[in-house]
Design a protein around this ligand. Structure first.
Ligand code: GTP
Ligand code: MG
Length: 301
């Protein structure tokens, strides 16, 4: 038995929950201390359950990031997102209900809170983005959000500016059961490199393309081959659901695709620690978000 398991070591699963765009993935990255989840100003950025681990002296916290809960699933992809988010709730020892302090609670916050009500779990209310919240409204906001559920406790934080993050970690540790670590020390995520790289590319599409195209975009890595210690060859396909979307992503004389490729390559190089040759393809699969086979092919099953 290691020293850590002999002491009162705590370990458990903590699920991020809340409407889109409140900063769940940003908070996950801050808590883990590494970028494991992509982030963008567009709602519904997260599609997969993303796991990230935070280690402190008192224990190991396994965070599960979820897609922001959707109004009513319209497509097969939305059904998958809701199902995968709900599975993460079932597995949680503690739930973080994340809200955005810059706006009053709205319908989507209420809907997300309602789904927590039947659960017999410890739920912490995490009021995020206090770095850009008018302080004179903060107390009032906190009271409004408290009405949404029966919370074990709460904390106001800024995920981007690391405000009150250690306080949040302490509160989580308090609520976790005594357990040996679930994962070997030093583990950050269980995500495969191919998925991380596909997500890095999808993040660039979300950040660079202005139109409504990104919601219909999926990225798949076709090939990832180390050519030497210093160079990795990657071929990736960006799938779109309409011919017009293909034109937008490629852009005039391929300008848009070049921009997506350039920043993606830089970020993938940082992630892999090698130079990267990135081959990007844009492909059309009509209405793939409604197509079970396509969803499976793109990793959403
Ligand atoms: N100023 C400020 N912005 C933040 C903070 N946390 C997140 N953001 C921004 O809010 C936007 C949404 O962040 P995400 O982390 O993608 O939000 P999410 O809740 O994971 O969204 P979905 O995956 O769509 O459910 C991004 O532009 C972030 O940079 C914060 O503490 N302060
Ligand atoms: Mg997210």
């Amino acid at each position: 038995m290691t020293e850590k398991t002999a002491k009162k070591f705590k370990s458990g699963f903590v699920t991020m929950w809340g409407r889109p765009n409140v900063g769940k993935s940003t908070l996950l990255n801050t808590l883990v201390g590494e970028k494991v989840a992509i982030v963008s100003p567009r709602p519904q950025t997260t599609r997969n359950r993303i796991m990230g681990i935070c280690e402190v002296d008192e224990g190991q916290i396994v965070f599960l990031d979820t897609p922001g809960i959707l109004k009513k699933p319209k497509q097969k992809l939305d059904e998958y997102l809701v199902k995968s988010a709900r599975t993460c709730l079932r597995d949680a020892d503690v739930v973080l209900f994340v809200v955005d302090a810059t706006t009053q609670p709205h319908g989507d916050d209420r809907r997300a809170a309602k789904l927590l009500r039947p659960l017999k779990k410890n739920i912490l209310l995490v009021i995020n983005k206090i770095d850009i919240t008018d302080i004179s409204h903060l107390e009032e906001r906190i009271d409004e959000f408290k009405q949404l559920g029966d919370f074990t406790g709460g904390v106001a934080v800024s995920a981007t500016n690391r405000i009150n993050i250690n306080m949040l970690i302490d509160k989580i540790i308090d609520l976790l059961p005594e357990n040996p670590a679930y994962y070997p020390e030093g583990t950050i995520t269980d995500q495969q490199d191919k998925l991380t790289i596909a997500e890095i590319i999808r993040e660039q599409v979300l950040l660079v393309v202005r139109q409504e195209v990104p919601h219909g975009v999926a990225v798949v890595i076709n090939e990832l081959t180390p050519r030497s210690n210093k160079l990795t060859y990657i071929s990736a396909s960006i799938f779109v659901e309409k011919p017009t979307h293909k034109q937008i992503i490629v852009g005039e004389s391929g300008k848009m695709l070049k921009e997506i490729g350039k920043i993606s390559r830089e970020n993938i190089q940082k992630f892999l620690g090698t130079k990267v040759y990135l081959d990007l393809w844009v492909k059309l699969v009509k209405n793939w978000r409604k197509d079970e086979n396509a969803l499976r092919r793109f990793g959403y099953k």
